[in-house]
Design a protein around this ligand. Structure first.
Ligand code: S3P
Length: 174
């Protein structure tokens, strides 16, 4: 299937954006852009190092530059960092080149998916459901405002989630 425009997957850390993006690539032949990986490669250092050495604001400026640079790209599925939809200019850049899909997941589901990793500076020292719940409450209005549509991920397979995304894209009914 050819997607004329890009698909931007937004949502909280651990919502499944990377998994769904890879499955979209595998099932539908879209090209895959993993924002965090691309930023790490470009900077030759990990996200944790970028936060520690250059600060969050610097990281956020890299996210904006990356998204603004995608406007000539098509047929890509973009796994966005969990904070990418917090900036209006990022959301505007995404809307210019594609559709924005919010992948939702319950805080408990998120916790189970992220608890054994130490790659997310914002969760270091706060690895618990209450913290995730609070940060999600702050972010949720931004995710919902940015998204063309929402797809729930709790208890669903990657294939089911991808089929849901494609159906919505095809019928253009959201
Ligand atoms: C962040 C999410 C991370 C990464 C960085 C900041 C956030 O990406 O971009 O640690 O602000 O939510 P994932 O959502 O892929 O974990």
């Amino acid at each position: 299937m050819q997607m004329k425009s890009n698909i931007f997957l937004i949502g909280f850390m651990g919502a499944g954006k990377s998994t769904i993006a890879r499955t979209m690539r595998d099932l539908y032949g879209m090209s895959l852009i993993e924002m965090d990986e691309q930023i790490e490669a470009q900077e030759s250092r990990s996200i944790s190092q970028i936060f520690a050495e250059s600060g969050e604001a610097y990281f956020r400026s890299l996210e904006t530059a990356l998204l603004e640079g995608l406007e000539q790209t098509g047929n890509a599925v973009v796994s966005c960092g969990g904070g990418a939809a917090m900036r209006d200019e990022n959301v505007a850049a995404m809307h210019r080149s594609g559709k924005i899909v919010y992948l939702s997941a319950a805080p408990e589901t998120i916790y189970e998916r992220v608890k054994d990793f130490h790659t997310r500076p914002l969760l270091e020292g706060h690895m618990n459901v209450a913290y995730i719940e609070n940060l999600m409450a702050v972010r949720l209005p931004h995710y919902l405002k940015a998204a063309d549509f929402t797809v729930e991920t709790d208890g669903r397979s990657a294939e089911e989630i991808c089929a849901g995304i494609v159906e919505k894209m095809r019928c253009d009914c959201y």
